[in-house]
Design a protein around this ligand. Structure first.
Ligand code: UDP
Length: 241
């Protein structure tokens, strides 16, 4: 057997990624495409080379988190657009730490975007496209049967630590981590693993000095220069000075 997993069947086609089985039952290959969707797939488009940037950015950040003791699904980057990951059963929850207020929270509560809250905030959404990923609370998540109170406690603690590590890393390169969306899954032994991706598709990233948006809001809000912003995030993260 080669030391690298090889692609077999398409298991799942998401909006921006495809997941393939491999000859190893516990490993999948995730392919990052250039497709972009927003507003529950009502807005569609493509961003040149987005898949290449997100694959690289996500691989970089998952490796950084692993070095800091976070258990993740990531195994290795295979090519420009592909990475090998542990196969997980995704818990259908979006866990959203918010450091500055933006997006849906700003809209829903009438708070100006860019406001810094005095406390730490973590939203929970139910991952269900047909329902538009509604905001829920812990009781709802348990009532839905997708998790337990004990597991939620672990998820929140993990999300807070991941958020702190990501905030520090982006701060190093002059970027504010405004918010981010995390997903967790269960590995072969039922262990809780950080899964999915961490990229400008799933985080709000603002330049610290100019507050220029370097994330998917450039696509959502037709701000232009979307691919350039993703490229800049990768280039800054790869800076070692
Ligand atoms: N987000 C995501 N996928 C989703 C919804 C949100 O990755 O389906 C990310 C989004 O990019 C942002 C954070 O989660 O970094 C919070 O998004 P918000 O709830 O403000 O929703 P939005 O304004 O994007 O509708």
């Amino acid at each position: 057997m080669s030391d690298r997993a090889e692609k077999r069947d398409l298991l799942y086609a998401g909006k921006a990624k495809r997941v393939y089985s491999t000859e190893r039952p516990d490993e999948v290959i995730i392919h990052y495409s250039d497709d972009a969707t927003a507003y529950n797939a009502q807005k569609r488009g493509a961003i040149a080379d987005k898949g290449v940037f997100n694959n690289a950015i996500s691989a970089y950040l998952f490796q950084l988190l692993a070095r800091n003791g976070i258990a993740t699904h990531f195994i290795e980057k295979l090519s420009d657009r592909e990475q090998c990951c542990k196969r997980v059963a995704i818990i259908p929850l979006e866990v959203i730490p918010r450091n500055w207020i933006a997006g849906s929270m700003a809209r829903r509560l009438g708070i100006k975007e860019g406001t810094r809250p005095p406390n730490s905030i973590c939203d929970l959404c139910y991952k269900d496209d047909a329902l538009g990923d509604p905001l829920i609370n812990e009781d709802h998540a348990v009532a839905l049967g997708v998790t337990t109170y004990a597991e939620l406690k672990q998820i929140y603690a993990r999300a807070r630590r991941i958020n702190a590590l990501l905030q520090a890393e982006f701060d190093r390169v002059g970027i504010v981590l405004v918010d981010c969306k995390l997903e967790f899954g269960k590995g072969a032994r039922g262990d809780l693993l950080l899964a999915d991706e961490i990229s400008p598709d799933t985080c709000r990233l603002w330049d610290r000095l100019t507050l220029k948006k370097l994330d998917k809001d450039r696509f959502r809000r037709d701000l232009g220069a979307v691919g350039e912003a993703y490229a800049e995030v990768l280039q800054r993260l790869e800076r070692t000075d």
